[in-house]
Design a protein around this ligand. Structure first.
Ligand code: DC
Length: 433
């Protein structure tokens, strides 16, 4: 697995500086994609190839080898094995690089190289089209921007420090031409990715920008860590099985005392047959009532947010619950649900999708119906009666099986799903009466 941070934006926004600092502080590999275009420009100059000689430029692409090495947070650019880190920043290279990077063949070749350089690594990549074209699924996308004049001032200062002779007006003109060129490219044009965070650096110090970027990256890293914790199922070890039995017995005892749980109709569930249990959802505690009081193991599908608490996360893993992302197509949750049914297990779903969905008049979701029709499964409707007020009775009422093997389909039609949903819900409602 790799972690990709995309830093895009026009020239002079501080991308290079910020990327280098973040790479050093956060241990991410620094890949300056602009340097790859600069290498092609340098190779052209070295071989006396002019911008108009497109055929020769394309031929040149097969003769050069570009590599980026990161050692002790220092980035070295290699062109055919030679260190060209400084040479690629020359005035001559800067003057032609934007046009070179507009040539489609050059872009295609270098994008392939850039993807290869990042493969399987944790990287911070700087460029113009990283978040939109090179890695449209990058984990973090940041677009740095700043006023044209401010950017020209920064570049002018940089040129002076490097001993490059250029007037402020020349630098500004150069920036304007490059901006226009970068924004009008056929492939990989400079633009803000829809899901990027834009930071206007005009009035910010390097430190301020660095801290903002670091905060965004940290937040994402924490999210990924949390996801890993939530989504990785606990292996089925002997100890887990013992723990499962002990915890189930203990909690069942507790529920019995507090909610005086009674169950009716469990004989409708046969041993060793796959089922989908569909129940009404009145309280956070009702999934547990089914899981604890059904003799067979029930793997409930539940919203991932529940796993934010350490205890609930432990319980969810112990009881093999399937966390699902809300309002998104969660392929992983679907795969795990299919697996439960394939292995003759019992899957638990609340078709209402939300607590007290029926009372709130919310539309019934078709998730449970989809699972049933897609896999041709048998649904056991369950009605839960009771208020879950301590020391009042809760009844778990298992209904007669609803067999959907006859309407099994790989791509179920919406109308069929609506009908199945209705049938499941009306059975559940009957069982709650
Ligand atoms: O960031 P830089 O100035 O070193 O980039 C050199 C040129 O390469 C610049 O004109 C834009 C172009 N470039 C690009 O088109 N796409 C990238 N991902 C990076 C740079």
């Amino acid at each position: 697995m790799s972690f990709i941070v995309a830093i895009d934006g026009p020239a002079g926004t501080g991308k290079g500086t910020i990327t280098a600092l973040i790479s050093k502080h956060m241990g991410l590999i620094n890949i300056d994609t602009g340097a790859t275009y600069r290498c092609v420009a340098l190779a052209m100059l070295n071989n006396n190839i002019k911008l108009e000689e497109k055929e020769k430029i394309i031929e040149l692409l097969d003769k050069i080898e570009i590599d980026i090495k990161n050692e002790k947070s220092k980035q070295t650019i290699l062109l055919n094995g030679e260190d060209v880190t400084t040479q690629i920043r020359s005035k001559e290279v800067s003057q032609i690089v934007s046009q070179v990077s507009s040539i489609v063949e050059v872009r295609l070749k270098l994008v392939e190289l850039q993807r290869k350089l990042a493969m399987g690594k944790d990287v911070i990549m700087e460029g113009r089209d990283i978040g939109t074209y090179v890695f449209p699924k990058a984990d973090v996308k940041i677009y740095l921007d700043a006023d044209e004049e401010e950017r020209a001032k920064r570049r002018y200062k940089e040129c002076k420090q490097k001993g490059i002779e250029m007037s402020y007006e020349e630098v500004l003109k150069n920036i304007q031409i490059r901006d226009k060129n970068d924004k009008e490219k056929e492939i990989g044009a400079l633009k803000v990715a829809e899901d990027a965070t834009v930071i206007d650096t005009t009035n910010l110090s390097i430190n301020q920008v660095k801290n903002q970027v670091k905060k965004i990256i940290r937040k994402k890293q924490k999210e990924i860590e949390h996801r890993k914790k939530v989504y990785t199922p606990r292996p089925d070890t002997k100890w887990k099985q013992i723990e499962y039995k002990m915890v189930k017995a203990f909690l069942r005892g507790l529920y019995r005392i507090v909610y005086r749980v009674k169950k009716v109709g469990e004989e409708n569930i046969e041993d060793d047959k796959p089922y989908i249990i569909c129940a009404n959802h009145i309280n956070y505690l009702d999934a547990a009532a089914i899981v604890l009081f059904t003799k067979r193991k029930v793997c409930f599908v539940g919203k991932e947010d529940l796993c934010r608490s350490v205890i609930l996360n432990w319980l969810a893993h112990l009881f093999d619950c399937i966390p699902i992302k809300r309002n998104a197509q969660d392929i992983e949750a679907m795969k795990r649900s299919f697996k439960v049914l394939k292995e003759n297990g019992i899957l638990g779903i609340f078709p209402e999708g939300t607590r007290k969905g029926l009372a709130k008049g919310a539309a019934i979701k078709n998730g449970a119906a989809f699972m049933a029709v897609r896999t041709g499964s048998t649904v056991i409707p369950v009605g839960i009666k009771g208020s879950f007020k301590p020391f009042t009775r809760v009844t778990v009422n298992y209904g007669k099986p609803l067999d959907y093997s006859k309407c099994q389909s790989k791509s179920p039609e919406k109308e069929v799903l609506n009908q199945v949903s209705e049938e499941i819900m009306s059975n559940i409602i009957m069982l709650t009466k």
